[in-house]
Design a protein around this ligand. Structure first.
Ligand code: AMP
Length: 182
């Protein structure tokens, strides 16, 4: 097994599965054990940032709320700014909004209209890819701003939900931990 695979295994071993949260049938992937361990937290951010070392990236965009934790770490690693995509009603200035279905419920997300310069090159980061609704809505917001999405990175992908099929034309989609079955 490669060094990379071993590191990912370390992260995967720390993810805690909580059955039936927040409602019956959902296997919730709890990442707080990674966050509380300085070595694992650092490793997760390092591995998410690595594909972009040496690339020209203007900002790292994170999705409310757990995405913020990893995206801000990646932004610091890449020496870029951080831009939040938040749940609707949370950003104080003029926003663009996009609605989508979630694995549990539905949601609307928003970005500040002036968050990014047209033509800027960004990386989108979130904690987990499930149905893809959130990430696809986020990419739509970024594309509406005329931004180039250079990559979309997740700590965890629920690969068995086949969300990648729903993605619009965008930069490479990466995940560190991939669950191929439930
Ligand atoms: P989706 O739009 O279905 O891809 O859902 C993605 C968002 O919902 C992520 O930002 C996750 O934080 C959260 N989420 C969805 N399903 C799960 C799950 N099984 N475990 C933990 N978080 C989840």
């Amino acid at each position: 097994m490669s060094d990379f695979d071993n590191k990912v295994k370390e992260l995967e071993a720390a993810v805690r599965n909580i059955p039936d949260f927040p409602k019956p049938g959902i296997q919730f992937k709890d990442i707080t054990p990674i966050l509380k361990d300085p070595g694992l937290f650092h490793l997760s951010v390092e591995l998410l940032a690595t594909p972009f070392f040496g690339e020209e990236i203007d900002a790292v965009v994170g999705i409310d709320a757990r995405g913020f934790i990893f995206a801000s770490g990646v932004a610091l690693k890449l020496n870029t700014g951080f831009v939040p995509i938040r749940k609707a009603g949370k950003l104080p200035y003029f926003t663009l909004e996009e609605s989508y279905d979630l694995e549990y419920g539905s949601n609307t997300i928003a970005i500040h209209q002036d968050a990014l310069e047209k033509g800027s090159r960004v990386v989108l980061v979130d904690d987990l890819l499930a149905t893809g609704g959130t990430a696809v809505a986020a990419i739509k917001l970024l594309q509406s701003l005329g931004v180039e999405v250079m990559g979309v990175s997740f700590l965890i992908e629920l690969g068995f939900l086949n969300a990648r099929m729903k993605f619009p034309e965008t930069g490479e989609i990466r995940s560190l931990i991939n669950y191929v079955s439930e």
